[in-house]
Design a protein around this ligand. Sequence first.
Ligand code: HEC
Ligand SMILES: [Cu+2]
Length: 480
Amino acid sequence: MKLLKSISLIAIASLLFVSCGDNDKRKKTVDAAKIAISGTMKADLTAPPFVPAPVGDRPAKKLIVNMEILEKEGEMANGVSYVYWTFGGSVPGSFIRTRVGDEVEFTLSNHPDNKLPHNIDLHAVTGPGGGAESSFVAPGHEKTFSFKTLNPGLYVYHCATAPVGMHIANGMYGLILVEPEGGLPPVDKEYYIMQGDFYTSGENGDRGLQAFDMKKAVDEDADYVVFNGKVGALTGDNAITANVGETVRLYVGNGGPNLTSSFHVIGEIFDNVHVEGGDLINTNVQTTSIPAGGAAIVDFKVDVPGTFILVDHAIFRAFNKGALGMLKVTGEEDEKLYSGIKQEGIYNPEGGTIQTMPIDTKKKVAVSTKEKSLAQKMADGKQVYMKTCFACHQAEGQGIPNAFPPLAKSDYLNADVDRSIAIVKHGKTGEITVNGKKYNSVMTAQNITDVEIADVMTYIYNSWGNNKTNVTVSRVNKVK
Ligand code: HEC
Ligand SMILES: [Cu+2]
């Protein structure tokens, strides 16, 4: 009897304990609901990769958000266009920055030139459809609804009009940040990045206006996987920037519609990750998983200068479908943290994105042989090609759209033989136009002898519709 009593006491005690814990959690929500608002302000909305100013310690307010839906043609990649459906004119849509307890008065307007009705489902909303039901709006109309931000975090918003997948696939998503009381800890630089997968009627790189392809979307067979709506939105002159010693925070979302992002910055480690955009903070993270319809807040200090490559580490997406961005860090080198090349050998496993082929000086010793026959050069050149060039320029010299230029019927190749020899000898960076398409990438110097260069260039010039130049060893010797 006594035993029973004490058991039941323990049971009651633990019950109490459990329900206390539950209450604590719920209390947070209840508290946020009770936060009083003081005053009204119009939200400043920004296009990616920028974010509005931090909320800091401002009190909760009535926050007016005006968002306009625009259906408009844009560039998916060089020479490839696409009709995007957008929140605020950009993909991803305008960044919305709020704090917990704000009463957001949201007006969604559908431009009269648009062809379709749309709506918005904000994952930060506690309410049916995340606002979708209250915001469904036809072209030439607008709708207003309001909601209170109850949970701090980084949230995705998206269109939820049928066919939902198609509206999302056309670019209808963005991020809304709900900062905690007092704001997130300050950092030096903040940026907005969102991944999305796209499905086009043509293959990756096919020029012209591309229609949405429903079958590929259903099959999850993406032609493009990109950051901020297009190939190259964050590369070259569009790269995001920071200075050595600064802290950088990235608000990273994934609009999907289908693919999960394995978000990684080559050469950096995330000091902090708000996992799934929530309160849980993980530290010292290499790659963070961002589901479709999810987000993460990552921050890190940049300690050394250089270009840091942002990728979806499902790596074919990065190098073949566009999921690649750049963070350019300028400032002083710190050899204690990163030495650069100290010694060069031949072994070079996976490594970074850009490498120089190691040079084996012994191979470079001039060989004085008499010129081979054309047939012999073709045979030897093909071997060199299949060993050295084929991985990038492909078996038939067709190249890979947006990554490696073609050598087949290449106007660039045929226009200037010595220039092409120099490229193989010394490598090439910077923008070039081959058959009307721009490439801005890196070809490393190829570690092959002048005889091999003569062979492979002769092979290339006498294949695939090129101009049949017979490249001699002495000509290769002369090119500096
Ligand atoms: C690692 C990938 C890679 C390899 C391997 C490679 N290339 Fe290239 N190549 C490129 C890239 C990228 C460019 C464009 C560079 C730029 O954007 O400035 C290029 C450009 C060229 C061009 C000038 C553009 C054109 O299409 O006519 C020639 C010629 C060329 N490569 C020949 C070769 C030959 C010959 C080999 C083998 C001996 C070779 N490449 C190996 C990546 C590669
Ligand atoms: Cu829509």
